[in-house]
Design a protein around this ligand. Structure first.
Ligand code: PHE
Ligand code: CA
Ligand code: ZN
Ligand code: ZN
Ligand code: ZN
Length: 277
């Protein structure tokens, strides 16, 4: 897998920040900032050669959107999916939560196109709407899958908060094989990881898991405080939240640890290459 330039991921975050600023300060479900975020990513994916579709759903009187990007080719009987929610909470630009996962998945998708990857399995990337209202977009997507289409999904990888300023390195432990794809990558680089437990039931992997699909993912921490032990192995500040601006208006481009963002993006590329081969 290629090493993804974190500068490209940070440029995407700057673009999402500008979108929020031009649309009243957020990118929440039902707002113009959310729709502009979808359009921004879709244009990049279309230009790179993805087959994109926008799945509409309705929630709380507003239209929500999931952006689905299929990389042409690969065995459609074996689909590997990677996704992240693109909506923010109201009143926040949503740069760590979850511009970070969205930009990382975008840059990995663009790297797939750039490298002309011809995977054995079929690759599908998705950006979910209305996660912040209870995984509404991802739930709608999974509900809409016929039983045979569900059975074709070999794995769903979820990325929600990857650049927390006081970062931890958490790997979803729901499926041992998918977990190992990630933990191998960090172990090779001498980065300690912990099993992700704070997020159980709290992000877009949950509807997939409930439907019997194998899930994995990464997380750099939200409102929980970093322990002394964790600060000793990862650096940062003990007794302070992993993300000091969680669900706040200060979740802007300055609320990002570029090292965590860089590592996590490269780990996604590794997993996408490995699992689709
Ligand atoms: N889903 C949560 C949110 O968007 C963030 C989260 C992800 C929390 C994973 C815990 C684990 O606010
Ligand atoms: Ca990198
Ligand atoms: Zn399979
Ligand atoms: Zn959130
Ligand atoms: Zn989130």
């Amino acid at each position: 897998a290629p090493d993804i330039d974190v500068a490209a991921v940070r440029a995407d975050l700057a673009a999402l920040q500008t979108i929020a600023e031009r649309h009243g300060g957020d990118r929440a479900h039902g707002s113009p900032g959310y729709r502009a975020s979808v359009d921004h990513l879709k244009a990049k994916l279309d230009a790179a050669g993805f087959a994109t579709t926008v799945q509409r759903f309705s929630y709380d009187g507003s239209t929500g959107y999931n952006l689905v990007a299929d990389w042409p080719g690969g065995d459609a009987e074996h689909v590997v999916m990677a996704g992240s929610h693109l909506d923010s909470v109201p009143g926040a630009p949503g740069i760590n939560d979850n511009g970070s996962g969205s930009a990382a998945v975008l840059e990995v998708a663009l790297a797939v196109a750039e490298s002309g990857l011809k995977p054995t399995r079929h690759l599908r990337f998705v950006w979910w709407g209305a996660e912040e209202y209870g995984m509404v977009g991802s739930g709608h997507y999974v509900d809409g899958l016929a039983a045979d289409d569900r059975a074709r999904i070999d794995a769903y990888l979820n990325f929600d908060m990857l650049g927390s300023r006081n970062a931890g390195y958490f790997v979803y432990d729901d499926d041992p094989e998918l977990e190992e794809v990630f933990t191998d990558w960090y172990a090779d680089r001498g980065v300690a990881t912990e099993a992700e437990t704070e997020g159980d039931g709290r992000s877009d992997h949950t509807p997939f898991q409930d439907a019997g699909i194998r899930v994995g993912g990464l997380f750099s921490g939200a409102e929980t405080a970093k322990s002394r032990t964790q600060a000793d192995k990862w650096g940062g500040t003990a007794g302070r939240p992993f993300d000091p601006c969680y669900h706040s208006s200060c979740d802007s481009v300055t609320n990002i640890d570029p090292v965590a963002l860089d590592r996590n993006t490269d780990a996604i590329a590794h997993a996408v290459w490995r699992l689709s081969s």
